[in-house]
Design a binder for this molecule. Structure first.
Ligand code: ZN
Length: 143
């Protein structure tokens, strides 16, 4: 019984919707700090696992580590290029490039550990799915 629907004609012109300046846009760093920090970090943070992966206990610490690290080739500053999700392997990979010699420097973090997974489960609540079902990697005594 209904007639044909009228074609939708009122396309908005871009100029009709000016972008409002937002008052307090969180900076990426503070956003990371708020949601990415685990207050339950322990002394094993940044220890190496047997496989040579850096123990990460939250997301923020990975950024902290990369920011503090320097190029192993020339000592230059590193710029983060990519953060690769390898959660299926219990890993998180940060790809950086040296601003000095332009070499790529890669950091691979272990996120299979209980501190990380417990924290991550808390962040996600019902959405949490353990993506890595291998054995939890163990930190090794440094030195
Ligand atoms: Zn370098």
């Amino acid at each position: 019984m209904s007639g044909r629907r009228k074609p939708w004609r009122s396309r908005q012109r871009a100029a009709a919707a000016p972008v409002q300046p937002q008052e307090s846009v969180p900076q990426p760093d503070s956003l990371i700090d708020d949601v990415g920090y685990n207050p339950e970090r322990n002394q094993y943070l940044f220890w190496l696992t047997e496989e040579g992966y850096l123990v990460a206990q939250d997301i923020t610490c990975q950024h902290e580590y990369v920011q503090r690290a320097t190029c192993p080739h020339c000592g230059g500053k590193l710029k983060l290029m990519a953060h690769l999700n390898r959660a299926g392997q219990g890993l998180s990979e940060m790809v950086t490039i040296c601003l000095g010699c332009r070499q790529r420097v890669i950091f691979i973090f272990d996120i299979s550990n209980e501190v990380y997974q417990t924290w991550w489960a808390k962040q996600l609540g019902d959405l949490y799915v353990r993506q890595y079902d291998g054995p939890t990697r163990q930190p090794q005594e440094p030195g």
